[in-house]
Design a binder for this molecule. Structure first.
Ligand code: SAM
Ligand code: SF4
Length: 361
């Protein structure tokens, strides 16, 4: 790697756009705001569309991945993230695909850690399947990562293989242990799949509570063509699941808002903080604080909609930071009010054609 992140450009947001006009002034509000007044403070960055698993709800069995030349380089990713940090992004989540399969990914984490060290960024984190976490947990912690979201839908070996198609549960467990040993706080993401893992959710809750992890249940979202009637078959409304859990445990709603779709309860008997991400049952758009950058530099303004901006073209053009700042400001000015996901018998095709692994979950 030849680029020197210590000296790569900081920001001078005097781009002349309405959004950034005063951003360079001392004491100025550097926050990006969309037309509905929502502050955009959270960027999720997908660093690759590739993965070493093929989860049934996320990918088709045979996937054609993007040619490598389409991807932003690590330097470009750092530059873009740095622009966003300079414009008020306080939380950065690295995701994918599987972020830890991207070659050289630790170079990016090391580079971004300077924003944690300087206090410009509150949080640098990642979402991972943990298959390669054992190799990287210690260094991630050294880069200022404090917590990690790990996707794990079952603790049963055969089921794990059925869900991930090619994943190795032993490696995931080793990755989780390494994260704990490195002092990272762990949240386990569980996609609730009807007839696949719904009977195991109480066990997963006990396991998470026993290890001091948080847990979040996720409703299957209609993203990307995965073949057949899979989504309809997989779809388990979380509202119904929550009612079932409430028959056995005391679920006390928590007044925690993350600016995202998660709603939290405390499971009193287990001492577990449990989140529900249910975009199909609940509309969470009114407090949305986030945008998503794909590995090809497309900025998506809403997970469930198609509005986007091609930041790679601007990044590789001649306009420099000013053009990039203007493009980001223009895009945020188009952030839609909300989405309209539906899964039912009249809506069998995905609401959004791109896969979650492209946009980053
Ligand atoms: N590979 C990493 C992982 O699995 O944690 C990061 C990327 S993955 C796309 C991020 C999250 O999206 C995972 O928790 C995964 O379970 C979730 N996900 C993927 N496809 C989904 C879908 N169609 N509906 C709901 N959640 C999905
Ligand atoms: Fe890979 Fe994550 Fe998608 Fe599973 S959910 S296929 S681990 S990107």
């Amino acid at each position: 790697m030849t680029w020197d992140p210590e000296n790569s450009s900081g920001l001078s947001f005097d781009a002349g756009t309405a959004t950034f006009a005063d951003a360079a002034a001392p004491g100025a509000d550097r926050t990006l705001r969309d037309p509905f007044g929502r502050a955009v403070t959270y960027l999720r960055v997908s660093v690759t569309d590739r993965c070493d698993f093929r989860c049934v709800y996320c990918m088709a069995e045979q996937m054609t991945f993007l040619p490598r030349r389409e991807l932003l380089t690590l330097e470009e990713l750092d530059r873009l993230c740095t622009m966003f940090v300079g414009s008020g992004i306080r939380k950065l989540r690295i995701t994918g695909g599987e972020p830890l399969v991207r070659r050289g990914i630790m170079t990016l984490f090391r580079a971004l850690s300077r924003h944690i060290a300087s206090g410009a960024l509150d949080e640098l984190t990642l979402t991972t399947n943990a298959g390669r976490l054992a190799e990287h947990a210690t260094e991630l912690a050294a880069c200022g990562v404090r917590r990690v979201n790990i996707s794990l839908d079952t603790l049963n070996e055969a089921r794990f293989r059925a869900i991930t198609r090619i994943g190795d549960l032993a490696r995931v467990r080793a990755g989780i242990d390494a994260a704990v040993a490195a002092g990272l706080r762990v949240k386990i993401n569980v996609v609730a799949l009807r007839g696949v893992n719904d009977d195991e959710i109480p066990d997963l809750m006990r396991w998470c509570a026993g290890r001091g992890f948080e847990m979040t249940l996720i409703e299957v979202m209609p993203m990307g063509e995965i073949g057949g009637d899979n989504r309809l078959n997989q779809y388990l409304p979380l509202a119904a699941l929550r009612d079932r859990l409430a028959e056995h445990w005391t679920l006390t709603p928590l007044d925690v808002r993350t600016g995202g779709p998660a709603r939290f309860v405390r499971v009193e008997e287990l001492g577990l903080r449990l989140g529900f991400i249910a975009p199909l049952t609940h509309n969470f758009c009114e407090s949305c604080n986030r945008v998503r950058l794909t590995c090809t530099g497309q900025l998506y303004l809403c997970l469930g909609r198609t509005e986007s901006a091609d930041l790679r073209a601007v990044l590789r053009g001649d306009g420099g930071d000013a053009a990039l700042a203007a493009a980001i400001g223009e895009a945020i000015g188009r952030k839609p009010k909300g989405h309209d996901f539906v899964i039912d018998r009249d809506h069998r095709t995905p609401a959004v054609a791109r896969y979650m692994s492209i946009t980053g979950g």
